[in-house]
Design a protein around this ligand. Sequence first.
Ligand code: SF4
Ligand SMILES: [Zn+2]
Ligand SMILES: [Zn+2]
Length: 323
Amino acid sequence: MTEGGLRGNRYESAHHKGTKTQRTICTKCGERAIISQRYSGQHLCRDHFVQDFERRVADTVQKNNMVRDGERISVAVSGGKDSTALLFCLRRILAKRDVELVAVTVDEGIAGYRDDTIEAAKAIAQQLGIEQHIVSFREEYGYELDEMVPGKKVAPCTYCGVFRKSALNQAAKRLGTDKVATGHNLDDEAQTIMMNYLKGDIERLMRFRPWRAQRGLVPRIKPLREMPEKEIALYCMVNEVFTESRECPYAQLSLRADVRDMLNTLESQFPGTKHSTLQGFEKIVARAQGSYAQMELAACKECGEPCVKVLCKACELLESLKN
Ligand code: SF4
Ligand SMILES: [Zn+2]
Ligand SMILES: [Zn+2]
């Protein structure tokens, strides 16, 4: 997400026609709108946008029973806009509840990218007075991501995803937290669903929405899963929280990048496409869940983390790296 995206006409308050400026007015109060949500037909001023954003995140948390009183939650904070917005927003919407947030930052070891995002993650945790822990691939697995990928057939994002998931799970257990919250947004969710459709991988698609807790796996929650990426960037901007906006150098190498471009094109032609992709998937899950049994997980014989076979995915990849 670049700043340029925010300047796109859907997120501008004023449309310029020659020298004439036409103001868009908030649907709720008549103040100047800072966003037009084409998928909902609403125009919102700053205050109503923030209110609408936080109400929708709170609804997602509540309807999915994501958080219970007395819980301690690890929030995966990379310093990018999604996780920064997640920490900021959760702190606000859970302020009156007996819930403790802990920021966990994973340093994958990506030169020229991760150092800056880690500084941004430290800054937001400090600003909000939230305890923060940093875990690195180097300390956990002996390699940085940059050392893992050269000359390999496996895509960098595969290594990164597997090791990050494992590192977050282990950190959550060490820190005694009950859940791991991640900043996945509507765009991420729609992309993952579409990628699994395109690959015809229905088992994986069903695993994407686990319906019960699994042994050894700290339950993961995604409070921003219904929020569009661009609104998350705007939420950070209007709340004046600094985020690091550069893109990971490996991002363009994945199928996800193509699916993202396709969904963005469809969304601009047919507003609401990303929401309907997610809603359609939820309907399929509700009907098909019983037909796809959720596997019992075993403990990895190397590291004890949950796995389907003898070794967990992280240990399998580590083995292949050593060979
Ligand atoms: S784009 Fe891929 S390699 Fe980069 S941080 Fe994301 S998952 Fe990791
Ligand atoms: Zn308003
Ligand atoms: Zn293992």
